[in-house]
Design a protein around this ligand. Structure first.
Ligand code: GUN
Length: 281
């Protein structure tokens, strides 16, 4: 069996085209602000990509780059300004932040209805109770990729490897909403392969290159690889490429989840704007 490749690049392109067309009919451009503190090379690439894709679809984009030694207080001031800025409908602060800045304090400072990442505790809490207002971008993209296969999700066994706040935990909530039976695995799950081999849907987000080998995958499974690890200058996922010989559907790295995260972030920005208009904020 050879897995069908889930083409995230193509699905993301369709989402962006749809957003571009919607934006062209609007009187006001949706605006996204992206803040980067420091010079982490991977973060620089992501932030530049977010700005580029924003402009391509006709959004207003504001990029703010701050030095590594920026004080927490200064960053909080910038978030306040963006909270007040009527041209900005969504914003995000690229993670990770330098150690001297509290990520949770920064996320808490973003107005929940301008939180394009969907990381604010209010947005996370709403998702937990089934009120999907602004969903975190990567988990939202993961669900769209799974749904693109056309498989019925109800009653399927979904196994998630990785329990991060930005991927694993929210994906588990969203798949439960889709009536999957969900098993959460993490670094202490033993033996990991016992669980992964039972997965009809396997989502891997642990940031360990090729940690999931083909013998750990159930025949015909849908495999979503969230990992983007640099190994000798090559981008590799958390799932080894040979898993394609066993899986039914699988995402490539690059070209799977990565492009979807940005497309969903842009979608969230438009949704933030609509939310602000509807509630007259
Ligand atoms: N760092 C890695 N992924 C993300 C993301 O989705 N949003 C932000 N703000 N930072 C990240």
């Amino acid at each position: 069996m050879k897995a069908k490749i889930i083409d995230g690049k193509n699905i993301a392109e369709k989402i962006r085209q749809d957003l571009k067309s919607k934006t062209s009919k609007l009187k006001e451009k949706p605006g996204l602000a992206v803040v980067l503190v420091g010079d982490n090379p991977a973060s620089q690439v992501y932030v530049n990509m977010k700005e580029k894709k924003c402009k391509e679809i006709g959004f207003y984009s504001k990029k703010i780059i701050l030095p590594e030694d920026t004080e927490e207080e200064k960053l909080l001031g910038i978030i306040d300004e963006l909270n007040q800025d009527s041209k900005i409908h969504g914003m995000l602060v690229q993670l990770p932040l330098p150690k001297h800045i509290s990520e949770s304090l920064i996320i808490d400072a973003i107005l929940p209805y301008k939180d394009a990442d969907g990381f604010h505790p209010i947005n996370m809490g709403n998702m937990l109770i089934g009120k999907n207002i602004i969903l975190p971008a990567t988990p939202k993209g993961v669900i769209k990729l799974i749904e693109s296969t056309g498989i019925k999700l109800e009653g399927k066994h979904a196994v998630i490897v990785g329990r991060s706040n930005i991927v694993g935990k929210p994906v588990s909530i969203l798949l439960q909403q889709k009536n999957c039976t969900v098993t959460m695995c993490h670094s202490r799950s033993k033996p990991l392969e016992k669980y992964t081999k039972e997965a009809d849907i396997l989502v891997v987000a642990i940031g360990k290159p090729r940690a999931i080998t083909k013998d750990m995958v159930k025949k015909g499974a849908v495999v979503i690889d969230v990992g983007t690890n640099k190994v000798y200058d090559k981008l590799v996922g958390d799932v080894e490429e040979e898993a394609r010989e066993v899986a039914g559907y699988i995402t490539p790295v690059p070209g799977g989840v990565g492009p979807m995260t940005i497309a969903c972030l842009l979608e969230n920005t438009l949704e933030c704007m609509e939310l602000q208009k509807r509630t007259r904020l």
